[in-house]
Design a protein around this ligand. Sequence first.
Ligand SMILES: NC(=O)c1ccc[n+]([C@@H]2O[C@H](COP(=O)([O-])OP(=O)(O)OC[C@H]3O[C@@H](n4cnc5c(N)ncnc54)[C@H](OP(=O)(O)O)[C@@H]3O)[C@@H](O)[C@H]2O)c1
Length: 271
Amino acid sequence: MQIDNETKIVSSIAIKQSKLGAAMHNSAYQYFGLNFIYIPLTVSDCKCAVAGIRALNFRGSAVSMPHKQEVMKYLDKIDPIAKKIGAVNTVSNDNGILMGYNSDWIGAMDALKKVCNLQNKIVVLIGAGGAARAIAYGLKENGAKAIIFNRTPEKAEILANEFDLEFGGSIEEIQKLEDYDILINATSTGFYPNVDESIVDESALKKNKIVMDVVFNPLETPLLKFAKNKNCKVVPGYRMLIYQALFQFELFTGKKVPFKIMEKALIDILK
Ligand SMILES: NC(=O)c1ccc[n+]([C@@H]2O[C@H](COP(=O)([O-])OP(=O)(O)OC[C@H]3O[C@@H](n4cnc5c(N)ncnc54)[C@H](OP(=O)(O)O)[C@@H]3O)[C@@H](O)[C@H]2O)c1
């Protein structure tokens, strides 16, 4: 790849970086032969990082933990959906105007819609953090009936009220449900290095449902293994990650890259 004065720079800012964003985006630039580069930057000072994106005229940036809320203070415009979700994970620099978006909800919905229609589906949503907020928004938008559970139930209740969804209670309460269509883990439970953990035991899962995990490392979490044992369709977190990256890629370049290009780059790292 030739880097020169025309190269458009996309960054990622996070306190802890992974190789995945760079692998997915750079492989997609290569696929089209675009003079772009994606650089993951380990950043603790969000305000200075945004000033840097502006001063250095980066094309845009991905934003990861813990900057997704704070970054909103330093942008010129925020997409109304990102405002409602309360988090920005994507910044686009359009001729010096920095605009914030949330692509997590898009990634989650695109991944789910590949396996089902969400209208009127009963969804067990576990979690009340940033990922759960994005998914709660998407579920409401798509006409699903979500019931929210969380380790700290008070947070689930606040989220349910905010998005006009149902409050379920603590995670133990899930066992008491008579039925549901989809179960989603939107917590960090099971994320590397805690790869033996699952937010619920196999006994809490019902047969022949849809189970999604937002955790993308490892590729197959214990929750997804339990789900397969119960003959459920599974939606791994890496699919959500790719769909949200496809949105970012199109925002920055105006091009649609095939899912398989980013999938191969990601799986080469995580397999
Ligand atoms: N696949 C993707 O594209 C994608 C996109 C975004 C995020 N993610 C992943 O989603 C996960 C959550 O991210 P986030 O931004 O929502 O984090 P967050 O805002 O910090 O929220 C964390 C959530 O996990 C729960 N939690 C944490 N540890 C737990 C444990 N040991 N037992 C039970 N619940 C626990 C928290 O419950 P309390 O409220 O009780 O603390 C809270 O609901 C992360 O692993 C992140 O990498 C994936």
